[in-house]
Design a protein around this ligand. Structure first.
Ligand code: SAM
Length: 278
């Protein structure tokens, strides 16, 4: 039978007396739309054996619906005022581990303890990119990630060469994982409503055989320089980083622009530069 049951919105209603005032500095926009919540849970399709980690559970809008299917769940929440209400509600809902901490300080490899994690979260938009890259540092222990992000960020993550939104984020992310935008979510699904549209994205880290090898620092330097001046030709943008001859030697037209170069070509360039540096 289907492990994902239809979710009753009354379950997310906070049962404690003091209403929580959403904190802007923690990027708090709480989901209240049960249709969206159900769609997210269905997309994740939690299984009883999964090691699910939720970043920023807030008042539990996703936490408790997820827990019905997942059996156990670890949540990481920065706002201390949200911990006690979560703990209270958690008592009635299976196995939940609450970590009161900044997710950027969490060592996911240690948390995984030899297993694989499935990470989910309606992320605080003000720090969504640092959170993404923090997770990617631990990609080897992550099965998949499902995140709610600003729609525009999801577009940039998924964009390919030639697109206006293709940039550093697209390259750095696509070299490490498969990016699947799932669906959009309007501001009216949250309280308070954010000023931007949102979207759900699924990220699946590439396996070691799919992953191209490159020196992270060199690649970052190349990609940063290339896109810092995206209107210029690549040879101009990369002057001081790579020569015209070097670009040509790996089949890149020096007159092309950063936004036309595929992620794998940036890797080729980084590999060449790493080799000539040593
Ligand atoms: N999951 C809830 C929901 O969907 O209604 C809340 C989502 S809200 C957009 C983001 C949550 O992340 C808030 O609960 C916020 O306090 C928490 N948060 C913000 N910064 C964080 C950090 N550095 N580490 C862990 N949680 C954080």
């Amino acid at each position: 039978s289907d492990p994902v049951k239809t979710f009753d919105p009354s379950e997310t209603a906070p049962r404690h007396n003091k209403p929580h005032v959403a904190r802007k500095r923690f990027g708090q926009n709480f989901l209240h739309d049960s249709g969206v919540i159900n769609r997210i849970v269905l997309s994740i399709s939690p299984q009883p054996q999964d090691r699910l980690i939720e970043i920023g559970p807030g008042q539990g809008a996703l936490t408790f619906p997820l827990l019905r299917a997942a059996k156990r769940l670890t949540v990481i929440e920065l706002d201390r005022d949200l911990i006690e209400p979560l703990r209270e509600r958690a008592r009635a809902h299976g196995e939940i581990e609450i970590i009161s901490a900044d997710v950027l300080k969490i060592d996911f490899t240690e948390l995984a303890a030899g297993g694989l994690l499935r990470i989910v979260g309606n992320l605080p938009y003000n720090i969504s990119t640092p959170i993404l890259f923090h997770c990617l540092e631990h990609a080897a222990v992550i099965q998949d990630m499902h995140f709610m992000l600003q729609k525009e960020v999801v577009e940039r993550m998924a964009a390919g060469p030639g697109s206006k939104t293709y940039g550093r984020l697209s390259v750095m992310l696509q070299l490490r994982c498969k990016v699947e935008p799932l669906f959009e979510v309007p501001p009216t699904s949250f309280t308070p409503a954010p000023k931007v549209d949102s979207a759900i994205v699924r990220l699946i880290p590439l396996s070691s055989s799919e992953q191209l090898s490159f020196d992270q620092g060199v690649l970052e330097r190349v990609v940063r320089a290339a896109f810092a001046q995206r209107r210029k030709t690549l040879s101009n943008a990369l002057s001081g980083v790579a020569s015209v001859a070097q670009l040509e030697s790996i089949g890149i037209d020096p007159r092309t622009r950063a936004e036309q170069v595929a992620p794998a070509m940036y890797v080729k360039l980084a590999q060449l530069l790493s080799a000539t540096m040593t």
